[in-house]
Design a protein around this ligand. Sequence first.
Ligand SMILES: NC(=O)c1ccc[n+]([C@@H]2O[C@H](COP(=O)([O-])OP(=O)(O)OC[C@H]3O[C@@H](n4cnc5c(N)ncnc54)[C@H](OP(=O)(O)O)[C@@H]3O)[C@@H](O)[C@H]2O)c1
Length: 337
Amino acid sequence: MTGTNRQFRLAARPVGPFDDSDFELVRTPVPVPGDGEFLVKVTHLSIDPAMRGWMNAGHVRPVDVGAVMRAITIGKVVHSRHSGFAEGDFVHGTFGVQEFALSDGAGVYKVHSEEGRSLAAYLGVLGMTGMTAYFGLLDVGRLAMGDVVLVSGAAGAVGSVAGQIARIKGAHVIGIAGGPEKAGMLVDRLGFSAAIDYKRDDFLDQLRDRTTRYVDVFFDNVGGDILDQGLTRLAHGGRVVISGAISQYDNSNAVVGPSNYLTLLYRSASMAGVAVPAFADRYPEAMAQMSDWLAAGQLTSIEDTVHGGIGTFPAMLRRLFTGKNTGKLVLELEPQA
Ligand SMILES: NC(=O)c1ccc[n+]([C@@H]2O[C@H](COP(=O)([O-])OP(=O)(O)OC[C@H]3O[C@@H](n4cnc5c(N)ncnc54)[C@H](OP(=O)(O)O)[C@@H]3O)[C@@H](O)[C@H]2O)c1
């Protein structure tokens, strides 16, 4: 196959909110697979808050300046010289923000769309974000039947799944999200017990009123003030799961920590992070369970799939930080765009 591969490379390490100029759109020839390799045409790009972290040198796995921006993706095998992958296979892999990628199969697995399940689901409920919700809530949060669960970033990819798993497991679930549409969706569509719109002036009143039974598990995706205020509502023995801190990712060198942390002492509570790659050996277990819940209609996959060309990538990433997405944000690539 001949032609042009468009790819975004990291051009600079941003301080504060990133600019489009922190990425460079580069055209290269489509690579040719050698023995034991295959060529993937990327069809779906997962847009993740972690990308903002990967742009910074202090991150555990920073992208090198000049390298193709990292992205978890779905793609179609279009030319194969690998015995395990055939032309036409759809595959999941970290192929980066580009239209074509070469692979030797390491870290790649095949995916199938089925009735009622899109390929994008493998980037969301059956992908990294779903795994984070599952292991964060059940293993790190040690969720128990009847617990009161508070989820921040609840209308997003991780949060929408975490809240639904808690509901399926018999918890009383309260979600925090921005705006009346998102708050309404949590209760009306996803079966949360209650929702809090943190963008309203009466956020603290809502938080207090919705958590009169106090919170056994606080699954936090947001950090900053929402984490700090949530800590004050912990029950005795409460567990805080740190999934992420999207409100802090643009504060490159000045992350704001919680000042109400002594609640952990007063309530014999604990706080622990969930780093999802640590659970990689158990992804099959979680994927099987999620698939069953999806098939039974107990779990709804909220997908925000936007069709566009690769050139829209920086604008897509910005959506996460301005709350423009609902559920899992995926860029489905349109080659001509
Ligand atoms: N620990 C892990 O292994 C792991 C793996 C994957 C993801 N994560 C973390 O999980 C969190 C959610 O990721 P996701 O992929 O599911 O993204 P997401 O929640 O689908 O999208 C981000 C959402 O965050 C909210 N937000 C953005 N800026 C905010 C701010 N300043 N204050 C409050 N809310 C803000 C917005 O929703 P609103 O409209 O409601 O504001 C936005 O829609 C992130 O912190 C991410 O880093 C962790």
